[in-house]
Design a protein around this ligand. Sequence first.
Ligand SMILES: [Zn+2]
Ligand SMILES: [Zn+2]
Length: 244
Amino acid sequence: LGPLLFESAPGVGRHEVIIECPEHLANPARLSDEQLRDVFLAYRDRLVALADEPGLRYAAVFKNVGAEAGASLGHCHSQIVATPIIPDNIQAELDGAKHHHDRHGRCIFCDIVASELADGARVVARSPGFVALVPAAARFAYELWVLPTHHASRYETLTPADAAELAGLMKRVVRALDAVLRDPAYNWFLHAAPLRSPDLPHYHWHFELMPRTSRPAGFEWGTGCFINAVPAETAAAELRAATM
Ligand SMILES: [Zn+2]
Ligand SMILES: [Zn+2]
């Protein structure tokens, strides 16, 4: 029974570090617009390159800012970990989005974007092609999502013009986080279609930003339920005011 119960596989994959600037900056809000644009383009270029390796199925792109968020060095950098599996969180999001599409014939993220832009209460900032919002059921206080307002499942379709626009919006967002939470530690990570996916009608790439406003403790670890003491609309209003 043992080998069946405790299935394992060799730890194959790729771990890459993207160094974002030659000067010693620790806060990505201080990168120039061009540097941040190039970071978003580098994510795209590495996803394209990693898709050439047939054993890899997903590439997780993420950034840790501050020791509390897991950063072990101060210099601005992002990381990519490519794995031979699709991680559970990504698969759950893909499955949930597919379920919504099967029932309603629409992308749930497009529906969220349309509904949030029409309502406005949880929108933090927007540009012609992107929106930053506090999700309705945010797990952490001041959690943010940044999404393209047009449908796109594969991050690989990002153009240089998109990257410049995304960089401008992301900078406003992280500056607002710095202002409201006084330079918090945070993570941002990309959720996008797995490597070598065709265009998916039901999935929509996005960044999630998680400021470390509280520590998950026994209740969160034990149940997977998160306690967030700041209503999404309150967090969005404070962050929105800080982007003005
Ligand atoms: Zn969509
Ligand atoms: Zn996501």
